[in-house]
Write a protein that binds this ligand. Structure first.
Ligand code: GDP
Length: 473
């Protein structure tokens, strides 16, 4: 597999469709197009063409085709797109023509290979490429907005600016090492210099710039949680004793939520996961419905572990009880009250009017039931059967998860870790008195920044990042 090979892929989804898009990139891209359609139109012109077998005979399809000449293409190479009818037979025939033709050296593209080439050709940085991956995978509107902004370079712009500022600081410090004023001692970048010698003034200005940079990075990192939540979704665990109605509630919520994005197999055998869209966020509801009354100590341990696993994965924990007997024992482990975000008293339809009133009266506005539950609970009387109260609970859940605005922030752990490294290296540089060690700190910070944008160590990162990417992009 060489980066210089000409590659092709079906860039639209598989299966039969009205239209399919086949993409081809590399030195032979235009020859491959010419082989099927005869003459070539000017670059950038979408033209209707008849595609024929290369011996000039049988018509394969009538298609719209376009070509983009290097470097003005997505990959920076010569590229062509064929928008043909989306049948398997047509796609297979086109690819077969290319494969049969001795003069053409083409191969099927690997996952993400077009974007990888775009990256290597300097068409985009790594954060933009990651934004594209996220955009293709976006399931919710908040994910789409965030990924689109990233693919258009909001993070790239900020990181390039920081990288340039770091580089300027590094050059300045290195210049002083190379051409020192012999009479002056080295000094710190702590901004405490009080002698107004030229060197001291430089150090104090550099200290200010480093502090400024660290503060900007810290403010940016503070928003990372929200951005990562938007990107990866939020997990809500439904916890409670067997038969209180966890799976019934899960089904009710899944049916009532308009945009059910997908339903997935459980993360463990006992935990069922259903993904819904709530307030623009992807929300995974984790249900320990598979956990039934333990018949043995071993089973009880299994249940405890599955429940712990659901809880540890969850950003929000919802405890469910039977409203007829809000079981205080079920709410505590080892006598300690557990921390829940919400308490749902289910099966309200089975309550008498008097019992319902009693519960309503004892559930105070801040959600503490009868004062006997500590912690920050919000209590709702619900019925999975009739749907009563479930809407109110969903509204409260939505409010709790609400992302007020779209942050411009790191969207992946990779970004967060690199930026934390940058900040730590800067702090290290500031704490040093020795210029050479200050320069080393600045160099490390700059290197971490370059790894973030993909300007350095790109090969090590590419395979990992592009392994999630779809073929044809
Ligand atoms: P889980 O073990 O906690 O998942 O509980 P299930 O969802 O399997 O429910 C246990 C039983 O309670 C089933 O027979 C359900 O039909 C019933 N159930 C669940 N929710 C309600 C409800 O709101 N009202 C009534 N009347 N029955 C319910």
């Amino acid at each position: 597999m060489k980066d210089s090979d000409t590659i092709y892929a079906l860039s639209s989804g598989g299966g039969c469709s009205a239209i399919a898009v086949i993409r081809i990139s590399g030195d032979c891209a235009f020859d491959a197009l010419r082989l099927l359609q005869g003459s070539l139109q000017a670059p950038g012109i979408l033209a209707m063409r008849i595609l024929r077998r290369s011996d000039g005979g049988e018509v394969l399809d009538r298609a719209m085709t376009v070509r983009f000449a290097s470097p003005r293409s997505y990959t920076g190479e010569d590229m062509a797109e064929i928008h043909c009818h989306g049948s398997r037979a047509i796609i297979a025939a086109i690819i077969e023509e290319w494969r049969m033709h001795r003069g053409l050296r083409l191969r099927a593209a690997l996952a993400g290979e077009f974007t990888r080439r775009a990256l290597l050709a300097g068409k985009m940085d790594l954060t933009k490429a990651e934004g594209l991956i996220d955009l293709i995978e976006a399931e919710t509107q908040a994910q789409r907005r965030q990924a689109l902004a990233q693919s258009e370079g909001v993070l790239e712009k900020i990181y390039n600016d920081w990288s340039e500022r770091l580089f300027a600081l590094l050059c300045e410090r290195e210049a002083q090492i190379d051409f020192p004023d012999e009479d002056l001692e080295e000094d710190g970048l702590d901004g405490l210099a009080n002698e107004r010698s030229p060197q001291r003034i430089v150090s104090s200005r550099m200290a200010e710039q480093i502090t400024g940079l660290r503060e900007e990075i810290s403010a940016h990192l503070e928003l990372a949680d929200t951005a990562e939540r938007i990107r990866s979704g939020v997990a809500v665990a439904l916890i409670g004793a067997p038969n209180v109605g966890k799976s019934s509630l899960l089904n009710r919520i899944a049916c009532d939520t308009v945009a059910i994005v997908s339903s997935r197999a459980g993360t463990t055998r006992d935990v069922v996961r259903v993904r819904v869209e709530l307030g623009g966020l992807a929300v995974d509801l984790l249900d320990t419905a598979g956990l039934r009354k333990p018949r043995s100590a071993v089973e009880a341990e299994g249940i405890r572990r599955a429940e712990d696993s659901a809880r540890s994965k969850a950003n929000i924990v919802v405890c469910i009880c039977d409203a007829r007997k809000p079981d205080m024992d079920a709410l505590s482990i080892d006598g300690k009250t557990r921390a829940y975000d919400f308490l749902l008293l289910n099966k309200s339809d089975l309550l008498s009017v008097a019992a319902r009133k009693r519960i309503s009266d004892t559930t105070s506005a801040d959600g503490n039931l009868n004062g006997s539950l500590k912690g920050n609970l919000s209590t709702f009387l619900v019925s999975a059967r009739s749907g009563d109260g479930v809407g109110d609970f969903m509204e409260a859940l939505k409010d709790k998860l609400q992302v007020s605005e779209q942050p411009i922030a790191p969207t992946r752990a990779r970004h967060r870790e690199a930026l934390t490294d940058v900040r730590e290296s800067l702090l290290r540089a500031q704490n040093e008195k020795d210029w050479a060690l200050q320069a080393q700190g600045l160099r490390d910070a700059h290197a971490a920044m370059e790894r973030l944008t993909g300007a350095r160590d790109i090969d090590a990162l590419l395979d990992k990042i592009f392994s999630d990417f779809c073929i044809g992009k």
